[in-house]
Design a protein around this ligand. Structure first.
Ligand SMILES: Nc1ncnc2c1ncn2[C@@H]1O[C@H](COP(=O)(O)OP(=O)(O)OP(=O)(O)O)[C@@H](O)[C@H]1O
Ligand SMILES: [Mg+2]
Length: 90
């Protein structure tokens, strides 16, 4: 039998954890990807929309992407963040 999974609230359980699983926001993902590639990142992001379209999820993904430093700490912003958290960063 599989080991029991730690409890995770519903809001986090089904939240997309990568840009590839964020549905219907292709233009945003492409724009951000281009911005990262060209080192032309915006200084602010304004997320609007009715309830539940993915504003909070997008903000969390943005934070992950822009704060990624890679497993060796030498990386930078990326559209595909590794998600690795160093023990010191927990
Ligand atoms: N674009 C999306 N792709 C995949 N899942 C989504 C998307 N938008 C929303 N969801 C699902 O709906 C849940 C709620 O989304 P989220 O919290 O990001 O919405 P929100 O726009 O911040 O809503 P609110 O206006 O209530 O703050 C997420 O946990 C996720 O499961
Ligand atoms: Mg929200």
């Amino acid at each position: 039998m599989d080991a029991p999974q730690p409890y995770r609230v519903l809001a986090r359980k089904y939240r997309p954890s990568t840009f590839s699983t964020l549905i219907g926001q292709d233009a945003l993902v492409r724009t951000l990807s281009n911005a990262i590639d060209r080192d032309r990142l915006a200084h602010a992001f304004l997320l609007t929309g009715v309830r539940g379209v993915g504003k909070t999820s997008t903000a969390r993904l943005l934070a992950k992407a822009l704060n990624c430093v890679g497993p060796d700490g030498a990386g930078g912003p990326t559209i595909a963040p590794c998600g690795f958290v160093s023990p010191a960063g927990r």
